[in-house]
Write a protein that binds this ligand. Structure first.
Ligand SMILES: *[C@@H]1O[C@H](CO)[C@@H](O)[C@H](O)[C@H]1NC(C)=O
Length: 313
């Protein structure tokens, strides 16, 4: 744990977004006990069992090894626009860490790491909304979601607050100890028996341009849906919900933000507006700064918005 402490302190000074990270630890959590003791005493353990794991869950339970080798950060250059970590792009399970099995319509409790981010007024970083966790499903068995661009709103089958119902022990200071963070995933009742690939994502960045929470970290997993009489002559497939990201409202909102005055190069003495203004916009509080492309047509930093292509950076 000594290493963890040192690295977190060192990184806080550089960029808070580097510190925040999370991944799905268990897909099917059950028998969660000792809850009240775990909440009231920072040292008291929370007991919980796991009956289904994400793909290729090597180093299972080793927080530091998983943090270094298992985490998939969509904004890291090596992520290459892929929805899954390089070790999770095919349905492999590590020894002792099998995939979850379930029935259509069953609710699975996915556990992810809180890592100090669950509260607004305590933890680290302070005063930051932890955002949302979600699950994407390609909509059919044996179908992969490969690229980040395929993580579209119509594929979301579960979504919740990062810290909803989290089991947290608080200190009198600002330190917190999260013992369990969860997202309930109710499988669609018309799911076919077979292997269904899904992507868990933590959206921890709110994009003021499109009014959306943007995915940053992902974990890929399979759920093996077992056959049952109800799935053979099941109800007709339910209608797909409308696509959420970049719907008309989001596009109109982005256009309005792009039409606002911004500070060229981040300098208040060079305000600009309109077509000849630098394309890459970034919020700094309520001020918008704008920067030119770097190396052709790439915006220089993540977490902004490209007003020429109307895409988040
Ligand atoms: C998540 O829950 C916390 C605590 O209730 C709240 O402050 C925060 O605004 C919520 N975030 C979202 C994205 O709903």
């Amino acid at each position: 744990m000594q290493f963890k402490k040192v690295s977190l302190v060192a990184l806080v000074g550089l960029a808070t977004s580097v510190v925040a990270h999370s991944w799905a630890e268990c897909i099917k959590t059950y028998e969660i006990t000792n809850v009240e003791a775990a909440r009231s005493d920072i040292h008291a353990p929370l007991y919980q069992k796991c009956a289904g794991y994400p793909r290729n869950k090597v180093n299972n339970g080793d927080w530091i090894a998983e943090s270094n080798n298992y985490l998939h950060d969509l904004q890291r250059p090596g992520a290459d626009g892929k929805a899954c970590h390089s070790g999770q792009r095919s349905p492999v399970q590590a020894a002792g860490a099998p995939a979850a099995t379930a029935k259509a319509g069953e609710t699975l409790k996915i556990r992810h790491w809180g890592n100090g981010h669950s509260m607004y007024n305590k933890g680290s970083p302070l005063h930051r909304d932890p955002g949302l966790v979600r699950v994407y499903w390609a909509g059919q068995k044996e179908q992969e979601i490969v690229n980040v661009v395929d993580l579209t709103g119509d594929k979301i089958i579960a979504e919740g607050n990062f810290s909803a119902n989290a089991i947290i022990a608080e200190t009198e200071g600002t330190q917190i100890f999260e013992k369990g963070n969860y997202l309930d995933l109710t499988l669609p009742s018309d799911m076919q028996p077979g292997r269904h690939m899904m992507v868990w994502a933590w959206a921890n960045n709110f994009d003021k341009f499109t009014n959306q929470w943007i995915d940053r970290y992902t974990t890929c997993f399979d759920v093996i849906v077992q056959g049952g009489s109800s799935t053979i002559a099941g109800p007709p497939p339910k209608e797909k919900s409308p696509t959420k990201p970049v719907g008309n409202g989001a596009a109109a909102n982005a256009k309005a933000q792009c039409a606002k005055t911004c500070n060229k190069g981040g300098m208040a003495e060079y305000p600009c507006t309109g077509e000849n203004c630098s394309p890459c916009r970034y919020f700094s509080g309520d001020t918008i700064n704008c920067f030119e492309y770097k190396e052709g047509t790439t915006c220089p930093f993540p977490g902004g918005y490209d007003c020429k292509t109307f895409k988040s950076t």
